[in-house]
Design a protein around this ligand. Structure first.
Ligand SMILES: Nc1ncnc2c1ncn2[C@@H]1O[C@H](COP(=O)(O)OP(=O)(O)O)[C@@H](O)[C@H]1O
Ligand SMILES: [Mg+2]
Length: 347
């Protein structure tokens, strides 16, 4: 098997935020991480507040103010960036150039009063990719063409507010891709788009991934979207990745009861039934003790041991792991939800 190159790696990271009112430190990322391989699309899934944005912000050195890395290690393209200060990030070519990022509201990446043309050129000139404006424009038009934009020259003369959500996404992707990045983090890139535009953007991302061999981290709370796009997936709950592996493995043979819950909340799971199954309750960080399985309060399959000890990762296959005591050899055999059994049959 040929060994895949690791672009970035987050290991055993623990992060807290200080609560300004109470002065208490809330741990929001709990001793977790992932590797990002060259050329892959990694889907990072979890409900709102599970830590997807915070953990991925580490790859750009953009941990929100008040956040503190308590332990763990972050490396990017061979650099240990764990203790980097803002000045180290500014000096390096990693942020923005080698590791790009598209935010949930991509409009925020653009300046409203400046034509698209100048915004795209500026990035290229800033990073000294080209010296002349004409060269920049040629390059930008080449990339826009490749994104199936009919009239790139016309687009270049427009202002951000004249563009649709899907077009804004394409402009922001063009800006990032023109810098020849190794990886792009897409933080809920399609959440605000209507379904047709969303599916166009997913197709576009797959195409860019293949053409340029750029790695993508695709963050979403929608497990349905991920099945269309990701090579590998990591499922996050309460600041920890709890199941990960090849998409096909995780989505057709899921082993963690939280992953079961996510899949059972898909609209297709409710066909022929009266209501959605899904996961009951809400994530309550306050109640959680560090040595417990965070899912214990909402897990219909919870056992005594979940209240006492955090489960380690159990290996299911070479490319599939899950952290649930249900995989312990001595655990009782449980009956999976009906929808999950029907998915298993498609495996
Ligand atoms: N700037 C911040 N200050 C304090 N807490 C924060 C801040 N940013 C995120 N958090 C907390 O960290 C946790 C994870 O947040 P986030 O990564 O944004 O979740 P997600 O992207 O999965 O919705 C949440 O509990 C959130 O309240
Ligand atoms: Mg987020």
């Amino acid at each position: 098997m040929n060994k895949k190159k690791i672009i970035a790696s987050i290991k055993n990271i623990r992060i807290s935020f200080k609560d300004n009112l109470t002065g208490k430190n809330n741990v929001v990322i709990r001793d977790t991480g992932f590797d990002l391989y060259r050329g892959e699309i990694l889907g990072l899934i979890g409900e709102s507040g599970s830590g997807k944005s915070v953990i991925s912000s580490l790859l750009n050195g953009l941990l929100p103010r008040g956040g503190e890395i308590l332990s763990g290690k972050i490396s990017i393209l061979g650099h240990d960036v764990t203790n980097w200060k803002e000045k180290d990030w500014l000096k390096s070519k990693l942020r923005g150039r080698k590791i790009g990022r598209v935010f949930q509201n991509p409009m925020s990446a653009l300046t409203p009063t400046i034509k698209i043309k100048y915004q795209l050129i500026e990035a290229l000139l800033d990073f000294k990719i080209f010296k002349k404006e004409e060269e920049c424009i040629e390059e930008v038009i080449r990339i826009l063409d490749n994104m199936d934009i009919e009239n790139p020259k016309e687009l270049l003369n427009m202002y951000p507010h004249e563009l649709s959500g899907g077009m804004i996404q394409r402009v922001v992707l063009t800006m990032i891709i023109s810098l020849k990045p190794e990886a792009i983090i897409l933080d809920e890139p399609t959440t605000a788009l209507d379904p047709i535009v969303q599916s166009e953007i997913l197709t576009l991302i797959k195409k860019l991934n293949k053409q340029y061999n750029i790695s993508f981290i695709f963050i979403t709370h929608d497990i349905g979207v991920i099945s269309e796009i990701a090579d590998r997936v990591a499922i996050m709950y309460a600041g920890r990745i709890i199941e990960y592996g090849d998409s096909h493995e995780v989505l057709f043979d899921p082993r963690h009861p939280y992953t079961w819950g996510l899949l059972c909340s898909l609209p297709s799971a409710s066909i022929g039934k009266n209501d959605l199954v899904g996961i009951k309750g809400i994530l309550n960080q306050e109640l959680l003790k560090d040595d417990q399985d965070a899912f214990v309060f909402r897990n219909p399959y919870a056992m005594q041991i979940d209240t006492e000890k955090r489960p380690p990762f159990f290996k299911i296959k070479e490319n599939h792991y899950a952290a649930t005591w249900l995989l312990h050899p001595n655990a009782p055999k449980v009956k999976k939800p009906e929808f999950i059994r029907s998915i298993n049959k498609l495996y």
